[in-house]
Design a protein around this ligand. Structure first.
Ligand SMILES: Nc1ncnc2c1ncn2[C@@H]1O[C@H](COP(=O)(O)OP(=O)(O)OP(=O)(O)O)[C@@H](O)[C@H]1O
Length: 445
């Protein structure tokens, strides 16, 4: 080992007489000749930082070299390293490098190009072993070029251009709108790869989209219970659209009634078969509303009632469905927490997450008026009756004096077996009402 830092050395030819040298520290000197000596056979580590070096030369005879520090010199190009088949640590920070090149297929694990003039991430795809990459203090504007670096665990992009910060956020911590747009795009693409059919929910008139009621709000705020209750009471108008999920059933939950409980593999297959309208990941599990869940309700001539988290709403809003969105929002956090605790299903972390999401819903409602068609403060006694009232008004039941839940009430039979009418929905009160009101404000508001 030879340590010569902080001198005024300009000539290192003496190293030619040290064939067994393994480590050389010649940092903070006045060297301008790059490796100006005969190569010691086993030279592994070299530190030439803080010198006056400007041109890299062929290092093919330095095959043992594993660590090379060239920080604070004047290099403008990386070259001569092609044969350094043991080089795992390379630092060329604070030089004048404008292009990343000359690193093909090196076994580098650590690469620092901090403080150079680099504008583009390029030629890194063959660095299969790369784990740490420092590209801070450059002029990079895009994140493309980082593909295929499967082992990369740490990347520093500090102090590049502001655009990069935006795209980094979009890539690694994307806003909900971006996630939803991506989700929607995925399902549209996979769906288009399937044979195209006319769906039962496709109505002949563009003015009358298929009616869907979406109950949204934070987990366990009561929306599922309310959705079931509504479908039971208004069974002539609504049926429950069960989502698919990869989480296991809780005690008392029924497959196909509460959810379609599936394994992760099946869920992924369904995505690739274009089966979903929207999907989200929540609490480490996948949830998705399948096209078939909607169609099976549509075939009955009924409107579909579903529940979902905010991310699902964002995604649904990209689809061509035009649901009514009702937000159920807990008003008393203490009660909400107690209810979650009483269920005995959730960890403290899950409860904290759910509670923290209340504000998310409140904020969206405040910042985007009209995002939800209606907001119902959730309180166990009153929430259902408020929703019931809204639905009745919407269906025009009060005006018509129709008895809700009266199973003897005559409605057109649109089931596949009941052949009475070729155009489902158009004559159900739900549809008539929407049809009549399509130019006026939505009745839920
Ligand atoms: N297809 C979907 N898209 C988006 N969110 C969904 C979907 N299906 C279910 N969710 C939502 O995912 C969250 C977690 O659902 P899960 O059924 O596991 O929770 P839960 O503890 O039973 O609470 P909840 O009573 O609200 O259903 C709930 O807020 C639920 O509404």
């Amino acid at each position: 080992k030879l340590e010569l830092p902080y001198n005024k050395i300009r000539d290192l030819s003496c190293v030619s007489h040290m064939p067994y040298l393994i480590i050389l520290d010649a940092s903070h000197n006045e060297l301008s000749d790059f490796f100006g000596f005969e190569p010691p056979k086993n030279l592994k580590e070299v530190n030439f930082s803080h010198n006056h070096l400007s041109v890299m030369k062929d290092l093919s005879t330095y095959t043992s070299l594993s660590k090379l520090n060239l920080d604070y010199n004047s290099f403008s190009e990386i070259r001569g390293l092609e044969k350094c088949s043991n080089l795992i640590h390379l630092s060329i920070a604070h030089n004048k490098i404008s292009h990343i090149s000359g690193l093909d297929k090196l076994p580098l694990r650590h690469l620092s190009l901090r403080g150079n003039l680099i504008k583009k991430i390029e030629n890194l795809q063959t660095l299969w072993a790369l784990q740490f990459l420092d590209l801070s203090y450059n002029r990079i504007q895009s994140l493309s070029g980082l593909q295929n670096l499967h082992l990369l665990g740490s990347i520093n992009l500090e102090s590049n251009l502001p655009f990069l910060i935006v795209s980094a956020v979009n890539k690694y911590d994307p806003p909900q709108e971006v996630v939803a747009a991506r989700d929607h795009m995925t399902h549209v693409v996979f769906q288009h790869m399937q044979p195209q059919v006319i769906f039962d929910s496709t109505l002949p008139n563009l003015e009358t989209p298929y009616p869907i009621l979406v109950l949204t709000g934070p987990q366990a705020c009561g929306k599922r219970e309310i959705a079931h209750k509504l479908c039971q009471e208004f069974s002539h108008y609504f049926a429950y659209g069960a989502s698919h999920t990869t989480r296991g059933p809780y005690f008392g939950e029924e497959d196909c009634f509460d959810y379609h409980f599936v394994l992760d593999e099946e869920f992924q297959n369904m995505i690739h078969m274009g089966n979903f309208v929207q999907t989200i990941q929540y609490g480490g599990h996948w949830y998705g509303l399948s096209r078939e869940a909607i169609e099976s309700v549509a075939r009955e001539g009924l409107a579909c009632c579903v529940h979902m988290e905010l991310e699902g709403v964002y995604s649904m809003k990209h689809s061509y469905f035009e649901p009514r969105y009702i937000l159920l929002i807990p008003t008393r956090t203490d009660e909400y927490i107690s209810r979650m605790k009483a269920r005995g299903l959730y960890s403290k972390r899950q409860i904290d997450t759910a509670v923290s999401r209340i504000n998310l819903y409140v904020r969206v409602n405040k910042e985007q008026p009209g995002f939800f068609d209606s907001v119902i403060p959730y309180n166990r006694e009153e929430a259902y009756s408020t929703l019931r009232q809204l639905v009745q008004e919407y269906l025009g039941l009060e005006e018509q004096g129709t008895e809700v839940g009266d199973s003897t009430r005559t409605i057109p039979d649109h089931t596949p077996t009941g052949k009475s009418a070729p155009e489902p929905y158009l004559t159900t009160p739900l549809q008539v009402n929407r049809h009549q009101n399509h130019t006026s404000p939505r009745p839920y508001r």
